[in-house]
Write a protein that binds this ligand. Structure first.
Ligand code: SF4
Ligand code: SF4
Length: 75
């Protein structure tokens, strides 16, 4: 199975505020079950998202820009 490595992931900095979930155009983020939100690597397409929504700036990504704890990082 091919794995999509072009995605973001969520660290333990996550405080489960749910800000990132509704702003992701790919519906790639869910609440998970380990006390932090998770990114589905098969749904998140980081490079197109950067181009379409963030003008190439990682910190302008829909998910990253709303996260209060900088918990969303490049995989
Ligand atoms: S980078 Fe884009 S597609 Fe990936 S989780 Fe963030 S908002 Fe969704
Ligand atoms: S915005 Fe940040 S802190 Fe809030 S649920 Fe998403 S990853 Fe967690």
């Amino acid at each position: 199975m091919t794995q999509n490595t072009d995605h973001v992931e969520i660290t333990n900095q996550c405080v489960c505020c749910d800000a990132c979930n509704p702003v992701c155009p790919q519906w790639a983020i869910s609440s998970g079950n380990n006390g932090k939100y998770v990114v589905d690597s098969t749904k998140c397409y980081l490079t197109p998202c950067l181009a379409n929504y963030a003008n190439g700036n990682f910190y302008n990504l829909p998910c990253v820009s709303v996260c209060p704890t900088d918990a969303i990082v490049k995989s």
